[in-house]
Design a protein around this ligand. Structure first.
Ligand SMILES: NC(=O)c1ccc[n+]([C@@H]2O[C@H](COP(=O)([O-])OP(=O)(O)OC[C@H]3O[C@@H](n4cnc5c(N)ncnc54)[C@H](O)[C@@H]3O)[C@@H](O)[C@H]2O)c1
Length: 298
């Protein structure tokens, strides 16, 4: 019988996808003492991720939350590469590529033959079935959902999602790894969008309907929810922050997966994504980020 994996076996972490989530996962993993190999198909995204991590750690140093040598040591533990074969030595790979099932499946097909047999795979998917993703790999019992929140260095939660085949040791191991990263894990069953996004995304979608139907403009909707519900960010500001492409993908998963019309994505959200206005990462969404402060677009 194969020996059970524990958190102490995890020394090297691979991260696939150097976008806004991948850079945050790399940041907290390196600070927690893990060797991190960050992989992306785009060298430009890798360069951007490394400079973001440097900038964010420098901010933590200036605030006194981490020491200068702690930051230098953590940065020294990060290797960024477009070569997926570099993940061959990883004990745990956290996949955080775009929220597109087809792309994720293609990544696992390329990844699995490169990995050690005992290596675990976690997906940071916001909504896609862990059971279905796991079934496409050669190791469903070593596959789990690890759903970080954005921005990763600031947010305390990691949802840990068990697919139907996920082994108890895999689940226990990544739960412990999440704690080692300074996060509080919460356990979610494998249903569309899990817990946080099952509740959060329909609210964001409703805010976009509120805009679409002319109930309020961008500023009114965000002000209303900031001051009237004490949300730290308005829902449209949050949608831009998450990325409208990711928001739309999650709504589509809820709509398809639960077959309930109450989850239908707002056509205005679809239009913004079609236009490439996907939020902060593209410079424009419900706000235009070329100005400071950003200007509402409607
Ligand atoms: N944005 C959020 O608030 C949030 C929160 C939690 C989880 N997530 C999830 O995290 C994942 C990543 O989201 P993001 O916001 O960082 O997206 P992003 O668009 O910022 O980054 C995605 C990255 O994936 C890379 N990529 C695409 N195809 C690839 C491939 N074949 N191999 C390697 N890299 C590839 C892209 O080059 C890009 O750098 C998604 O599954 C998303 O649902 C997002």
């Amino acid at each position: 019988m194969a020996t059970e994996i524990t958190a102490a076996d995890i020394k090297q972490v691979g991260v696939i996808g150097a976008g806004q989530m991948g850079n945050g996962i790399t940041h907290v993993s390196a600070l927690a003492g893990y060797e991190v190999i960050l992989n992306d198909i785009s060298q430009e995204q890798l360069d951007k991720a490394v400079s973001t991590i440097e900038k964010n750690m420098a901010r933590q140093v200036s605030r006194g939350t981490i020491g200068e040598s702690e930051s230098a040591d953590a940065l020294g533990r990060i290797t960024a590469t477009t070569d997926m074969a570099a993940l061959g030595t990883a004990d745990l790979v956290i996949e955080s590529a775009v929220e597109n099932e087809q792309i994720k499946l293609e990544i696992y097909t390329a990844l699995c033959p490169l990995l050690k047999p005992e290596a675990l795979i976690a997906s940071n998917t916001s909504s896609i079935s862990i059971t279905r993703l796991a079934a496409a790999t050669d190791r469903p019992e070593k596959f789990v959902g690890m759903h970080f929140m954005n921005p990763v260095p600031m947010m305390e939660l990691v949802e840990v999602i068990r697919g139907i085949a996920t082994g108890q040791d895999t689940y226990a191991c990544v739960t412990e790894v999440a704690r080692n990263l300074g996060k509080s894990p919460a356990s979610a069953e494998d249903f569309p969008a899990f817990i946080v996004n099952r509740i959060l995304l329909p609210m964001i979608n409703e805010a976009v309907y509120t805009l679409y139907e002319g109930v309020g403009n961008v500023e009114a909707i965000d002000t209303a929810m900031r001051l009237g519900a004490h949300h730290p960010m308005g829902p449209l500001q949050l949608a831009d922050f998450i990325g409208l492409d990711t928001c739309l993908a999650v709504m589509q998963v809820l709509y398809d997966g639960l077959a309930d019309s109450k989850y239908r994505p707002c056509p205005l959200m679809v239009k913004y994504v079609d236009a490439g206005w996907v939020g902060r990462k593209s410079g424009r969404g419900f706000y235009d980020y070329s100005t400071e402060p950003p200007t509402p677009t409607r």
